[in-house]
Write a new protein. Sequence first.
Length: 234
Amino acid sequence: MSSTNQVNSRPHADRSRQGFLLEPEAVQLLGKYQIPYPEHALAHSADEAVELAERLGYPVVLKIVSPDVVHKSDSGGMLVELDSSKLVRLGYDRLLAAVLSHQPDARIEGVLVCRQAPPGLEVIVGALDDPMFGPTIMFGMGGIFAELLRDVVFRIAPLRRSDAQDMIREVKGYPLIAGLRGQKACDEEALVSLLLAVSQLVTENREINELDLNPVRLYEQGLLVLDARVITLV
């Protein structure tokens, strides 16, 4: 059965983007710098979302794609742990209804279907174009460390490898990355590579005003960026 909630299969030609990249566009930019993101595809109907979820493999995450929704969690624009076609179909309609209830005039261009990433240690990587220093890179611990401890460090781009290594080891939560009390260490080299890639990205794309990769999930081998927000200068 086809859902009554469908979205446009093509972007609006006359929309005002206000310097905000849609997440598929942000992810495409990350890919040019070999920054890993979960397998994903864009759906424009519940039927298509189910088809994509079946291809990607369960469980999946659904994310609203709209130039008017910058913070998806504030408007109910993301659902996680969907592990069946029934939940994906219901989730698709629920997602659109929640966003339109919160922002009735929101232009919805699709729903991003992402393969759900395994659990891991979460960190934050960001960048901003500082008026005085230019492109500046931020690294910090995620979760409660970000919210309560503000455990973050900054460096001016471009970064050297030693800068990236120092940033990682300066945060208070570094013992969690290194493997605290017998826990397996995270892939520090992958994290160094991510910081260097973000440094290169923002120095080569000076129209970027802000970049926020939050969260980044770390593993014993590798990492995944789970959400990407990019704001460009208008």
